[in-house]
Design a protein around this ligand. Sequence first.
Ligand code: NAP
Length: 485
Amino acid sequence: MLKKTSHFMREANFIGGEWVGADSGATIEVVNPATLQTIGTVPKGGRAETRRAIEAAETVFHSWKKTSADHRAKLLRKLHDAIMDNQDALAELLVMEQGKPLAEAKGEVGMSAAYVLWFAEEGRRIYGDVVPSPWADRRILVTKEPTGVVGAITPWNFPSSMLARKLGPALAAGCTVVAKPASQTPYSGLAWGVLAEEVGFPKGAVNIVTGSASEIGDELTENPLVRKITFTGSTEIGKLLMQKAAGTVKKVSMELGGNAPFLVFNDADVERAVQGAMIAKYRNAGQTCVCTNRFFVQEGIYDRFVEKLAEATNKLKVGSGLEDGVQQGPLIDEGAVRKVEELVADAISKGGQIITGGKRHALGGTFFEPTVITEASPKMRLMEEEIFGPVAPVFRFKDEEEAVAMANDTSFGLACYFYTSDLGRAFRVMEGLRYGLVGINEGMITTVEAPFGGFKESGLGKEGGHQGIEDYLDTKYVCIGGLGL
Ligand code: NAP
């Protein structure tokens, strides 16, 4: 059990390089979802604290943007090393507030470090252009500059790595950041302040403010000093932030909700499909934006797939994330369990058959049984709503055209997966699916080298890949005339 004295468990905000409480002294309680015990408190900051953080970020931005890409890369490399040196402690902290199994938490922290390292290097490859000029006596340059102060808001399901994908490119590009982690998992966010301080980033380059989402969000979106908002979370809040950011025409990047389909064709390798399905469905207890929300399985393979999926699902070990061998932790809170219960009840009322699971787990609290539901149909709520829980509804389809149409019948477009051994079909289906991320015969595809981001109401912009730094840069056209050539 992590002690309150843990080096990384800060109960203060990091503003302008100082660790401070909320002006009012108010705090928010943080609960361990596995035990439902309070593990500590963090400041309930608001507009005034956020404004000070923005001002600190703006002040240091003017010197930070002038540092060399190499200097910033060296600091980011040190940050990467500091994360890896403390991977176990950071992972334990993450499990305490978020609930996922320790092995997954270690993986997430490792992923955070990998994003930081990737962007340390990408920052050194921010190239401009020299464009052929239409005028004999003029030359044209295109340069890239850091956008300025970035407001970053992140969710509870990946409390470490979602910040890494924002802090890494922002700092590498020469921007400074005011970050607001989710109130349910603030410690992994505040830990970035501890790390930034230790590594030696200038005061104010990284600021972490916890507290009232609406107050912090309003200041970040309305303050003209903030030039970019980067948000990961629900589509509902993303839309709200886009509207608010419009007032001062900020850049926005939005990583929003998903409704991932997982298609299994008759010609698929069933064993491999089930293996992929387990990762794509039950990782983080089904609480990821890229988790499969809907399985679509072709008639000829439906029964075999369901049988094997149920068999593998039954074997999942549920428990506290800190226990050895646990593969599925609790859901984040009671509200999440109620939502899952509602969606399961709705599916049953519309003809769904529970093959395994289907209710709260005997462990009590917010644990839920890994669940498989067959005979799923488009009229069920889970056809469009994110389940965000360990429930696998399996739809049946006849042919490729029907499968692609059902998969696309949603306002979301983040991740999708499909299994086939037919190369022609692989290309046809890949080109037909309107999703930003496509896994073909793979159930987990996120990696720092590739651009992550959704189509349609799943978002705007990309995180990771060489594209991930672009959103933190402004492009400037320079015309040099009077050269007398
Ligand atoms: P959420 O309710 O939208 O919250 C996300 C963040 O927004 C939290 O920090 C929250 O603060 C903050 N927030 C809430 N209301 C706000 C407001 N009025 N102004 C400013 N900030 C506000 O989402 P969530 O339930 O934490 O996360 C789950 C969602 O995130 C799912 O839809 C999932 O698909 C999506 N997600 C997407 C990606 C992706 O890359 N596309 C990755 C992970 C998750 P409080 O915690 O203080 O309320």
